[in-house]
Design a protein. Structure first.
Length: 504
């Protein structure tokens, strides 16, 4: 039979699906009275009455009840057996006893065995609310079960992702002991999970890196930084070293530190490639430094030969011309006058050639750099620069000792900086500062031009800027280049005053 009527709000969800009530009762009148009490709640439901074990068992399978009402005492069956049978088939099926008499001890025993509630036939007014409560609790239980199952399903999906990822995933507790590792971590380390449980994570870090790793994670814990990245080598079970790039996340529960979750990548191959690149770069830099040293020595030799030998030859030639001019003055003829004019022109040409020799010699290797030192060479170069470009300059520098290789590197960087100002800056003034900072020589070249851009600084085709930086690196120094639009460019050079390891 199907009954309907108004329904309280909390039963609306239950009414969206059919409610089926199975009544185990040998008295049809008692069953109708019970059904009538439930009708008063406004619950829509179907119901079926049975009175034997066989019919009860059959109804559980075919009718699939939502709730069972059962008398405890029946002529051919008993309520306890029915309860145990229902529980074995549908463990969460609400089961209410509606009976004439039921002692307190028996009632408690039945509740322990899984009965939902009991109502005496003499107090059927309680049946409607008891059914409502039983259905509501069942609905809440089902929703909770669904939520729990959804959570378990999500956890299982997460576990499958973690277990099958190529990334290394592991967890440690507050004392640093391993609590979990995925397959990738176990495979790389060579340990089983049972072996890892007995180890602290720092046990697998190579000894020379343990303090650094410990300090890193301690700082993360103290600062409560959610995640942090660190690279370190760890030792496998077979005593081989592998490099990890590890990102660790703090685990906090109720405000208390519980450990770390870590996701890591094996970067051993990348590290090997990086080290090989570094070695290659160092070799190339050493080769470039050696070539630069050879080139500077060769330029110095050529400059001296040009200055000394060619200069001496030109000076001797000029002296011969002066002697010839004096001799020709003894013959005041037209021919002698023409010859004297020619000799005067040759003297002027020789003077110009001498100046060219001196200029070329200075460009190859300014003698002032070797004779008077770096600061004097900077001042001389500024004077030459101002004559060629009409750009004004200011120099703030004091005398200081700096060895030849370092002085050469700084001077060549300085020359390149002035060349860039002349070509690209549109500046009208240059400020140069040279001073000692502790054990470092500092040179600062600043102009009031357009200002170099970050794009220009980072351009791989900027050979001049790259050359400046490489020259500084060769002597253990550095070059910093900064520009501000409309406010000029500043080049800062720092090199050690003592260059024992210099290649230049």
């Amino acid at each position: 039979m199907l009954l309907s009527g108004s329904c309280t709000p909390y039963l609306q969800g239950i009414m969206s699906s059919s409610v089926r009530i199975l009544v185990l009762e040998d008295s049809e009148a008692d069953a109708l009275l019970a059904v009538h009490e439930i009708e008063k709640t406004g619950l829509a439901f179907e119901w079926r009455r049975v009175e034997t074990e066989e019919s009860f068992r059959s109804a559980l399978a075919s009718f699939r009840p939502t709730l069972v009402l059962a008398d405890y005492t029946l002529p051919h069956y008993d309520g306890r057996s029915a309860l145990l049978l229902a529980r074995s088939i549908q463990p969460e099926l609400p089961f209410l006893f509606v009976t004439g008499t039921l002692g307190e001890e028996l009632a408690i025993d039945l509740l322990k065995q899984g009965a939902t509630d009991y109502v005496l036939k003499s107090r059927l007014g309680r049946l409607g609310p008891a059914v409502q409560r039983a259905l509501r609790e069942q609905n809440e239980l089902q929703q909770r079960r669904k939520a729990e199952q959804a959570h378990l399903d999500a956890l299982e999906r997460y576990r499958q992702v973690v277990e099958n990822t190529t990334e290394i995933v592991y967890s440690v507790d507050a004392k640093g002991f391993f609590t979990y590792s995925n397959r990738a971590g176990l495979k790389l380390s060579g340990y089983s999970m049972g072996e890892l449980w007995r180890l602290q994570s720092l046990d697998l870090v190579m000894p020379e890196h343990r303090n650094r790793v410990r300090t890193h994670y301690m700082r993360q814990y103290l600062s409560k930084q959610p995640t942090s990245l660190i690279e370190f080598p760890f030792r496998t079970k077979h005593h081989t070293a592998r490099w990890l790039a590890a990102s660790a996340a703090l685990v906090m529960e109720n405000g208390e530190y519980r450990g770390f979750h870590v996701i890591a990548r094996d970067i051993t191959e990348q590290k090997a490639i990086q080290e090989e690149i570094l070695r290659t770069n160092e070799q190339l830099r050493a080769l470039a430094a050696r070539l630069e040293s050879v080139r500077e020595d060769e330029q110095t030799r050529i400059a001296r030969e040009i200055h000394d030998e060619l200069g001496q030859a030109l000076t001797g030639l000029k002296m011969d011309l002066v002697w010839m001019e004096k001799k020709l003055r003894e013959f005041p003829s037209d021919a002698g006058y023409v010859l004297r004019e020619k000799l005067t022109a040759m003297e002027s040409l020789i003077d110009e050639t001498v100046q060219a020799v001196r200029r070329i010699s200075a460009e190859l290797r300014p003698s002032v750099l070797d004779d008077l030192g770096l600061v004097a060479a900077i001042e001389w170069q500024l004077e030459q620069f101002a004559e060629r470009t009409a750009i004004k300059y200011s120099l703030d520098a004091g005398e200081m000792e700096i060895d030849r290789p370092h002085a050469t590197a700084v001077f060549r960087i300085f020359q390149e900086a002035l060349t860039n100002i002349a070509r690209h800056s549109s500046a009208t003034r240059v400020w140069v500062k040279a001073k000692r900072e502790d054990e470092t020589f500092l040179l600062e070249v600043k102009d009031n031009g357009r200002g170099i851009t970050e794009e220009e600084i980072g351009k791989y085709t900027s050979i001049g800027l790259l050359g400046m930086k490489e020259r500084a690196l060769m002597v253990g120094g550095s070059v910093d280049i900064r520009g501000k639009a409309g406010k000029g460019t500043t080049v800062t050079v720092r090199v050690p005053l003592e260059g024992k390891d210099s290649h230049v």
